[in-house]
Every structure is written in structure tokens, then in C-alpha cells.
Design a protein around this ligand. Structure first.
Ligand SMILES: Cc1cc2nc3c(=O)[nH]c(=O)nc-3n(C[C@H](O)[C@H](O)[C@H](O)COP(=O)(O)O)c2cc1C
Length: 330
């Protein structure tokens, strides 16, 4: 009997394939469809403090005429937005029947903890901290920035009982050291890696425009390398791989590299929620063909610590390829 269940952040999931945080997972109908097609869990769209702040700023610019009314406005808009998110958590849990992971992105330390506590009270099974802002101040050094991230993780995990994972960018000088710090400050796992909004330039309008938000099919390779390296080094710490997973085979490769779960986003936008069933079916086929009964039989089997030539994950220069290329030309 093939068993595709996995344990991620202490949660029992029926499948390692989970829906990543995005606008797609802010919609209850889509959440239910994802659960029906076999998603292991749903990561809800992030609750963004910045968005709440922008709304307050707009209302302030058109209305608030005294400090009292501004305070009222701030409280009202914040409570309203957090209230809507709490409702989404409760509805998603009730209607989907699968674990629901909430997600937040804030800029003030008090909001990270305040939002997190509301989310736990609402019944979320886990929390993803979507931490990243583009460093624009050339005076702040990497140590200050990374300690700031660790401090957020420390404060939030001190307040919560539910497990916390941190969704990170790959823009760190030493990812392993940064992830060590996340674990040391109470995180139970990390999501490798987030993919951010990027601006582009339109030559037609000569203006800045948003770039295509979706990843491409080979982008999972960066995640594959770091999942393979970190999963061999970290104990009692779960990795979830995100970015560039368009087909079951790349998802299965990330499991072999050591990911406990694999997050799907662009593929859901492009192919719809029912693609998750294909991922689960192909996973079962793969397990059957290789004689694996459980996902834990092969999770991490090809990570950095388990292969004969770990240097293949360390290699960053194209030396061999260039050598081969010049031999071929002779
Ligand atoms: C339209 C869109 C909205 C997203 N919103 C969020 C978000 O609210 N929070 C978050 O952590 N990631 C967000 N993401 C990032 C995705 O969760 C995911 O990490 C990224 O798209 C890479 O996965 P993919 O290659 O499967 O798309 C968003 C991505 C897209 C395309």
C-alpha cells in the first residue's frame, strides 16, 4: 500500500504537495478545490501590514481631521483587515478539512506578534513568516539585517504554541548560517525560497511596469541545491521547497533532495487546482516503480550527505562543461 502522507512542522499531511501563499489561496472556492484534488495543506495569502498601512494612509489623506479620528481610523482599518483574515482562516479550516497555514508580512515588531497571536487564536495550524524587505540603506550591514530577522522569529515563536516556518529569500551571503539562526530562534522550518514582485521597464510607454509574476520551469534548480545541502546539515528542522515546480517530476526531485513538502503556485494559476491530483498520482507511480512504500523511505535520499559525490552540489563554476565543450570542438 503506497502512503503519500508526510509530517511537516509536526502536522500530518496526506500529501507533500501543498498550495503556496498567493492570491490563489485567498479564495475559499479555490481552497476547497485544492483540498478536493489532494493538496496536503494550504498556505493562505499573506496578511500584509503594508497594505493595511496604505489603506490608512489613503483614508487619512481624504478624511481624518484630528489625532483622535486618526487613531480611530487606524484601529478600525487594522481590526477590519485582521478580522477578514481570521474569517478566511476559520472558513478555510472548516470547508477544506486539511491543515491551514497562515502567513504574515509586517514591518513593525509589535504587528508581527499581534497578528501572529490573532492567527493562532483563529485556529491556524501553523504560521509562515514571510520576512523580507529590500535593503535600501547602504549603511545597514548584513549582521544587523539578519539579527533583525532572527529577533522577529524569536519574538513571534515566544508568543505562539503553533509551529512557525520562515519563508526566506536566497539573498543571503551564507544561507546555512542564516537558517541556523532561524532554528536557534525557535523556527521549526524554512521555505526555500520566496520569489518576489519585480519591476520591469516598458519601452512602449517608457514607464516602470510589473514584470510577469510567474516563475519558469527551471527555477526549481536553485531550490534543489540548497534543499539538498541544508537537509543534510539540519536535524529536527523541516524544509519546504518553493519556486519553479511545474510538473510532478521536479516535485519528486525536491523530495529526493530532502524537502518535506513542495509548494505549488504558478502551476496552479496556469493549470488550475486539479493539477494537484496529477502530482499525487505521479508520486504514487514513482514510489511504486522504485519500491518505496512511504515518502520518508526516499525523502532526502539524494541530499548532500547521502550521495557518493557531494561536491556535485558544491560546484558553481562551469569548469567541466567548458572542458568538455572544448574537447568536443577539437
Ligand atoms: C500572484 C502571486 C502572489 C503571491 N503572493 C504571495 C504572498 O502573499 N505571500 C508569500 O509568501 N508569497 C507569495 N507569492 C510567492 C509564491 O508563494 C511562491 O513562493 C512563488 O510564486 C514561487 O513559486 P512558483 O514558482 O510555484 O510560482 C506570490 C506569488 C504570486 C505569483
Amino acid at each position: 500500500m503506497i502512503d503519500t502522507s508526510v509530517n511537516y512542522l509536526g502536522l500530518e499531511l496526506k500529501s507533500p504537495f501543498i498550495a503556496a501563499s498567493s492570491g490563489y489561496t485567498a479564495d475559499l472556492e479555490k481552497i476547497v478545490a485544492l483540498a478536493r484534488s489532494g493538496a496536503g495543506a494550504i498556505v493562505l495569502k499573506s496578511l500584509f501590514e503594508e497594505q493595511i498601512s496604505n489603506e490608512i494612509g489613503f483614508l487619512e489623506s481624504v478624511g481624518a481631521d484630528s489625532p483622535e479620528s486618526l487613531d480611530f481610523l487606524k484601529r478600525y482599518v487594522t481590526d477590519y483587515s485582521v478580522g477578514n483574515y481570521v474569517k478566511l482562516i476559520k472558513d478555510a479550516k472548516k470547508e477544506s478539512g486539511i491543515p491551514v497555514i497562515a502567513s504574515i508580512n509586517c514591518f513593525s515588531l509589535s504587528s508581527w506578534t499581534d497578528f501572529a497571536k490573532e492567527i493562532e487564536k483563529a485556529g491556524a495550524d501553523a504560521l509562515e513568516l514571510n520576512i523580507y524587505s529590500l535593503p535600501m540603506n547602504r549603511e545597514s550591514n548584513s549582521t544587523e539585517i539578519e539579527s533583525g530577522y532572527w529577533n522577529i522569529v524569536n519574538q513571534v515563536t515566544k508568543e505562539l504554541k503553533i509551529p512557525v516556518a520562515v519563508k526566506i529569500s536566497d539573498n543571503f551571503t551564507n544561507i546555512g548560517n542564516f537558517v541556523n539562526g532561524l532554528q536557534g530562534h525557535g523556527a521549526k522550518g524554512a521555505v526555500l525560497f520566496n520569489r518576489f514582485f519585480t519591476p520591469d521597464i516598458s519601452l512602449k510607454s517608457m514607464k516602470i511596469t510589473p514584470a510577469n509574476p510567474f516563475s519558469s520551469k527551471t527555477e526549481y534548480l536553485k531550490e534543489l541545491r540548497w534543499t539538498a545541502i541544508l537537509s543534510s546539515q539540519l536535524r529536527q528542522f523541516d524544509l519546504s521547497a518553493s519556486t519553479g515546480v511545474y510538473d510532478p517530476s521536479s516535485g519528486i526531485k525536491l523530495l529526493l533532495a530532502g524537502a518535506k513538502t513542495v509548494q505549488l503556485c504558478s502551476v496552479l494559476y496556469k493549470q488550475g487546482p486539479f493539477v494537484v491530483a496529477d502530482f499525487n498520482n505521479e508520486l504514487k507511480e514513482f514510489m511504486k516503480s522504485k519500491g518505496f512504500n512511504k515518502v520518508s523511505d526516499f525523502c532526502g535520499m539524494l541530499n548532500y550527505g547521502n550521495i557518493a559525490d557531494p561536491a556535485s552540489f558544491e560546484r558553481v563554476q562551469f569548469l567541466k562543461t567548458a572542458e568538455q565543450y572544448s574537447k568536443e570542438k577539437k
